[in-house]
Design a protein around this ligand. Sequence first.
Ligand code: C6P
Length: 412
Amino acid sequence: MFDARKLRDDFPILRRQIHGKPLVYLDSTATSQKPQVVIDALTDYYSRSNANVHRGIHTLSEEATALYEGARAAVARFIGAPNPHTIIFTRNTTESINAVRHAWGNRHIKAGDEIVLTEMEHHSNLVPWQMLAKEKGAVLRFIPVTENGELALDELPKLLNEKTKLISLTHMSNVLGTINPVKAVIQEAHSRGIPVLVDGAQSVPHLPINVMDLNCDFLAFSAHKMLGPTGIGILYAKEALLEEMDPFLGGGDMIRDVWLDHSIWNDLPWKFEAGTPNIADAIAFGKAIEYLEKLGMPAIQQHEQTLTRYALSKLQAIDGLIIHGPKEAEKRGGVVSFEIPGLHPHDLGQLLDEQGIAIRAGHHCCKPLLRKMSLIATARASFYIYNIEEEVDALVDALRKAKEVFSVVSRR
Ligand code: C6P
């Protein structure tokens, strides 16, 4: 049974006080907190099994290899990947997308080709494609975002033509919370033979995802947003794509054989994992996945939707407060961006911090989207498995207080 109140005990950081107040952590979209099992997995690994992987025949190396590859199998199971060797360990979502840019993009993108993105992309799913387009003389096109913070999908067919070589889009906006209909986009793209990369940084931690059902060609996400450690990310890709792609980093472990003048690549997935990998964090990520699996992703989604609905209704009741993104809770994940006109989001963030409440204030690495919305920054509260209604109440009280403080200051 999913019980947010009970599982909070598994997260030692939630016992912290900030400025003498209990921590209210509403910034899981930036990075999630970690349960004790994940923290323990790191110390256990370094205390008991630390050795390099795929190299030694001694017991510790074999143990480390089994744990590392076990984590890969857990990731594959979690996203319904057909085979663990379609899972590549990277550093984060950003590196996964950059890997596709280099390893796939170098071979497939030529002058005049087109890549379709959306206006709501995180810089991680925009800048790499800008770099590739500049290098190759390719063109970027964008699915527009509507007033309601959704993708204008009726524009998609008009953006696609025989020059379109890739669509790359976020599954969930880290600013607006919008859950995009990626399955419909993938179907439309595939009917024209166009592969699709899904940026799952915000969806894989929060929604049940099955790559076979979604039928995406690439999926990128980060462990640190789903209870795992920083420094470990995932690139999933269809096997045929991975097989034909060249490695983007050369070095140890990614080769089968080496001569002075050439090399032969290793099998999947190691062909894409040059050098000593991030063994400890991958293993701890495996524990995070087991933790999420025990709770069940449908229950997690349900909890976050209930909390988001509650937050939207409470925030809407604050005089003057503007909420960005879809009006309908069912179109959103647990991310709520808002502003109080006249009160800069950074000031708001600081005033909330004084109350022990952690939110994010800024452009959220989505400058083009904010520019389109005529904003420089927003305040953003985001929810995860351990957040409860009382924390939304604390946010709402603190926002009312911040409004009061600000009106006092501005009257002086
Ligand atoms: N968004 C946020 O506070 P990395 O940093 O590589 O783990 O994830 C990048 C990334 C890519 N796509 C989306 C949709 C994201 O939300 C993020 C990370 C964080 O919104 C940090 S800027």
